[in-house]
Design a protein around this ligand. Structure first.
Ligand code: NAD
Ligand code: MG
Length: 493
């Protein structure tokens, strides 16, 4: 059975795609199918195969074989060459990948193109690590001890829909550069770009079974992967609740290692001594409304010092209104739709709760148009610490803004959350910038900017925002285990 199809984007661009499960370098049948929807129209784009536990077993077996039959002990230079080749192919087919991402996820095509370049950069960056994975030499009481950083085996990954291609790459690249093989389960809402990447994996020349990509539902295929006895590690990005379920599945099966990248409610603090208020406004708006607010590190709590509060609001409103909400294929669109009707309704419910609890809906608050899942960028002011919209992750274009008096007061408010993914501070005072950065309980702190995420700098959460770090050389320890070998140097028995 073949699963080839041609997908036509609204701008007439055509993409050939295989919608089978990618196991052992072949596209194969699942147990079922899933329809995937274009969130800008609400219409079905195509259907893809859905894996269930049987297909998960087959994929894990393929990955296990590939690990033991060569990838584990492969020449690091071979791994690097393959990863560079994959990066080249991603750049060659950038238009296909970007169109699929926009069609399936709803993000503006301009943003999808940035994501694709990020994918290529990411594979190249980790290609460079393949031959730089060193242990240590330690002398202990006449014994020579050295460490080897060995791969874990078959790694599993479960990824979300908000940055499908980027999240796929964040899992695959560090896993394979360290000599592991991998089975990834994509989000049921955005399977398409990953299937295109699967074609490129095959074309790049990876051995069958090194990279396997499954489409399927979370509670079925995701759960089977998280519980699999031959999966040595799960890397997960998604919601806190599913993160908990995965931790539980690991505990109830083989105690596989887990890393979790979860949600956030990140504070963005603007002091009244900012050198350039327009720049602070730019970063605050960008940090909140990019990707229709569907960003785990979105700066969704903005704290503005009282001296500039009114001026900030005025400028923030003007900048927010300047962003076009609509067709993601239009070159001038800033904000596309939410991912699904469920998410649309969820966000609208939070807007309703915000109003009912007494916050001021300063801007937006409504759906846009009749087709698709669009929401106006929405700004709430007079939001107090106990209000739901100040505490819970909304994962949509809704921001809570509040006024503060002084540094100690705002640090306490910023840290008053169960999350700790990211935070930002805007000030021209270097001492204040460092003091606040040190005091913030967050895995990333941005000073006078927002949303700066790079392949070579660690990313991850404090508190309930996650476990472990991705990116940079920090992620490598998640994909390797350390063996200490001790050699007796004494001739005496
Ligand atoms: P989600 O947790 O519902 O789904 C994430 C993935 O988990 C999907 O592939 C889904 O199929 C799978 N899944 C669902 N139930 C499962 C189960 N029982 N067992 C195994 N897998 C299961 O999240 P989402 O709706 O895709 O994404 C939105 C959430 O993800 C937000 O809360 C957001 O903050 C978070 N997120 C975090 C980061 C980060 O880097 N920290 C990045 C993106 C998204
Ligand atoms: Mg979709």
């Amino acid at each position: 059975m073949t699963f080839t199809t041609t997908i036509t984007a609204p701008d007439g661009y055509k993409i050939n795609l295989n919608t089978g499960l990618f196991i052992n370098n072949e596209f194969v049948s699942g147990a079922n199918t899933i329809d995937t929807v274009n969130p800008a129209t609400g219409k079905v784009i195509t259907s893809v195969q859905a894996a269930e536990s049987k297909q998960v077993d087959i994929a894990v077996e393929a990955a296990n074989k590939a690990f033991h039959n060569g990838w584990k002990t492969s020449d690091p230079r071979t791994r690097a060459r393959l990863m560079h080749k994959l990066a080249d192919l991603v750049e060659r087919d950038a238009n296909d990948l970007a169109h699929l991402e926009t069609l399936d996820n709803g993000k503006p095509l301009t943003n999808a193109k940035i994501d694709v370049q990020g994918v290529a950069n990411y594979f190249r960056y980790y290609a460079g690590f393949c031959d730089k994975l060193h242990g240590k030499v330690i002398e202990t009481q006449g014994k020579l001890s050295y460490t080897v950083h060995e791969p874990l085996g078959v790694c599993g990954a479960i990824i979300p829909w908000n940055f499908p291609m980027v999240m796929l790459t964040w899992k695959i690249a560090p896993a394979i550069c360290t000599g592991n093989t991998i089975v990834v389960k994509t989000s049921e809402m955005t399977p398409l770009s990953a299937l295109k990447l699967a074609q490129l994996v095959k074309e790049a020349g990876f051995a069958p079974g090194v990279i396997n990509i499954l489409t399927g539902y979370g509670h079925i295929a995701g759960d089977a992967l998280a519980r699999h006895m031959k999966v040595a590690k799960i890397a997960f990005t998604g919601s806190v609740n599913v993160g908990r379920a995965i931790m539980k599945a690991a505990a109830e099966s083989n105690l596989k290692k887990i890393t979790l990248e979860l949600g956030g409610k990140s504070p963005n603090i603007i002091f009244d001594d900012v050198e350039n208020l327009d720049e602070a406004v730019f970063w605050a708006r960008f940090g909140m409304f990019y990707n229709a607010g569907q960003v785990c590190f979105a700066g969704s709590r903005i704290y503005v010092q009282e001296g500039i509060y009114d001026k900030f609001l005025e400028k923030f409103k003007a900048m927010t209104l300047s962003g076009k909400v609509g067709d993601p294929f239009a070159a001038d669109t800033f904000q596309g739709p939410q991912i699904s009707e469920t998410q649309l309704n969820r966000v609208m419910k939070y807007i309703d709760i915000g109003k009912k609890e007494g916050a001021t809906c300063y801007l937006g608050g409504n759906k846009v148009g009749n087709a698709g899942y669009f929401i106006e960028p929405t700004v709430f002011t007079d939001v107090t610490p106990n209000m739901t919209i100040m505490k819970e992750e909304i994962f949509g274009p809704v921001v809570a803004i509040s006024k503060f008096k002084d540094m100690d007061d705002v640090i306490a408010q910023a840290n008053n959350t169960e999350f700790g993914l990211a935070a930002a501070v805007h000030t021209s005072n270097i001492t204040r910038a460092v003091r606040v950065s040190n005091a913030l309980e967050a895995g990333s702190v941005w000073v006078n900017c927002y949303s700066v995420v790079a392949e070579n700098s660690p990313f991850g959460g404090y508190k309930q925002s996650g476990i472990g770090r991705e990116n940079g050389d920090y992620v490598l320890s998640n994909y390797t285990q350390v063996k200490a070998v001790k050699i007796n140097l004494s001739s005496k028995l």
